[in-house]
Design a protein around this ligand. Structure first.
Ligand SMILES: *Cc1c(COP(=O)(O)O)cnc(C)c1O
Length: 365
C-alpha cells in the first residue's frame, strides 16, 4: 500500500478569486450548496501509478469524455463534512478519520480504489490553506466539504475502472434552521425502498441518492421535507431518511435507533449522538425498530421525541410520520428537551465553545 503522509501537492492560486465584497455577501447568507469557494483539490489514480498528480487548483468545471464510466454505470462515491471556525479564528473539522474510513468502505463496495485516510484528511487541509476566508465565522455556519471519487476512464465495457479521480470542493453553509429549530412531519415511503440486504445501502454512493429522489419528490408533494425508508424485506422496520439517521426518544429517557446493517449508512453524527447520550446517562438501544412500535408509542405517550441526524442539518426534529395511509403524530409544537440538548452539545464541541474532552476535533488551519 502506498504511504501518503504529507503527499506533495502542487498549489496553483486562482488568478480571479471572488472579490471580497461578493464573498462577504455570500458568507452573510450562504444557504446550502449554492456557492463554492475559489479552489478545489484534485488527485488522479490509475492502475499503474496509483494516486498521483496531487493538486490544489482554481475551482473549475471538469472535462469528461462522454464515454466516461461514471456517466453510465454510476461508479461514484462521496463524503460530506464541515470546517468550523473557532472563536480564536482557528479552523477545525469533526472526526474526519470516520469519514475517511467510510470513504474507503464506500469505494470498496463500488469497485473503486482506496484513498488512504491520511491523504483524505490532508486534502481537506490543502483546500482550507487556500480558502480559509471561505469558512464563515457566524453562528452555526461552516464550510461544507464535498470530497468525491469518480470513475473517469473512457470505456463503455462493464468492469471496475482502471482510472479514477478524487476531488474536494468547498461550499459555505448557513444555519440549517434559519428561523428556529422546530419539528416537521416526514413522509414514510411505503412502496419504494432505498437499500436491501447485500446491496449498497451502507456505502455513501451517488446511486443510493438517485434511488431516493422520486420518493423525496413524493414527500415534498405531500408537504414533508424529508422521506423515511423502511426495510426492504418486511416493509416494517425503520431504516433511515434519504440522508440522515433516525432516533426515537422514549418517556424514560432511553434513545432507540435502528441497528446498523448493510442497508443503513453509518452516520458520524449518529455515532456521536450515541456517545454523547450515553455519556450523559441515557440508555441507548441499537436494535430493530418497527413502524408499529413507533405508532403505538406515539399513541400511548411512550414515544416523546423523534429526530433525524446528519452532518448537514445536524439534528432534525420530527413531529409526525405520514403516508397516504396514516399520520402518526407527536403532540409537540417544539423540539423536545433531549433533542435540543444533544444538538447543543454537538454544536458547542464543533464550534469550540466547550472543551473537546473526546478529542473529536482535528485542526485544519
Ligand atoms: C451521509 C448520510 C447520513 C449521515 O451521515 P453523517 O456522517 O452523520 O453526515 C445518513 N444517511 C445517509 C443515507 C447518508 O448519505
Amino acid at each position: 500500500m502506498q504511504t501518503s503522509v504529507n503527499a506533495q501537492f502542487h498549489q496553483a492560486r486562482s488568478a480571479t478569486p471572488t472579490p471580497i465584497f461578493t464573498r462577504q455577501t455570500i458568507l452573510n447568507n450562504p444557504g446550502f450548496g449554492k456557492h463554492y469557494s475559489d479552489h478545489m483539490v484534485a488527485i488522479d489514480w490509475d492502475v499503474s501509478q496509483g494516486w498521483h498528480d496531487h493538486r490544489a487548483i482554481p475551482y473549475a468545471p471538469l472535462t469528461l469524455d462522454p464515454a466516461s464510466l461514471v456517466l453510465h454505470y454510476a461508479q461514484a462515491v462521496f463524503e460530506g463534512l464541515k470546517a468550523y471556525q473557532h472563536p480564536d479564528g482557528s479552523i477545525w473539522t469533526f472526526r474526519p478519520e470516520l469519514n475517511a474510513q467510510r470513504f474507503i468502505n464506500s469505494a470498496e463496495r463500488l469497485g473503486l480504489p482506496e484513498l488512504p485516510q491520511d491523504l483524505f484528511v490532508q486534502s481537506l487541509k490543502e483546500l482550507v490553506q487556500l480558502d480559509k476566508e471561505w469558512v464563515p465565522n457566524t453562528p452555526e455556519s461552516s464550510l461544507y466539504f464535498r470530497p468525491f471519487m469518480i470513475a473517469n476512464e473512457t470505456f463503455l465495457g462493464v468492469r471496475g475502472a482502471d482510472k479514477v479521480a478524487y476531488y474536494v470542493i468547498g461550499s459555505p453553509a448557513g444555519p440549517y434552521f434559519a428561523s428556529g429549530v422546530s419539528p416537521v412531519p416526514i413522509w414514510v415511503s411505503t412502496q419504494r425502498t432505498r437499500a436491501a440486504k447485500g446491496g449498497t445501502g451502507y456505502a455513501k454512493c451517488a446511486g443510493n441518492y438517485a434511488g431516493s429522489l422520486a420518493p423525496l419528490n413524493e414527500a415534498r408533494r405531500n408537504g414533508c421535507p424529508q422521506v423515511l425508508f423502511l426495510d426492504a424485506e418486511h416493509g416494517q422496520y425503520l431504516e433511515e431518511l434519504g440522508g440522515m439517521n433516525i432516533f426515537v426518544v422514549l418517556k424514560n429517557g432511553t434513545l432507540v435507533t435502528p441497528a446498523l446493517s448493510d442497508s443503513i449508512l453509518p452516520g458520524v453524527t449518529r455515532a456521536s449522538v450515541i456517545a454523547l447520550a450515553r455519556a450523559s446517562g441515557h440508555d441507548v438501544q441499537e436494535r430493530l425498530v418497527s413502524l408499529n412500535e413507533v405508532r403505538d408509542g406515539l399513541a400511548s405517550g411512550q414515544v416523546t421525541e423523534i429526530f433525524a441526524c446528519g452532518t448537514a442539518a445536524l439534528i432534525f426534529p420530527i413531529n409526525a410520520l405520514k403516508s397516504d395511509q396514516f399520520n402518526y403524530r407527536l403532540d409537540a409544537q417544539a423540539a423536545g428537551p433531549i433533542t435540543l440538548s444533544l444538538r447543543k452539545q454537538l454544536i458547542d464541541i464543533q464550534y469550540g465553545l466547550v472543551p473537546d474532552t473526546n478529542k473529536w476535533m482535528v485542526r485544519l488551519a
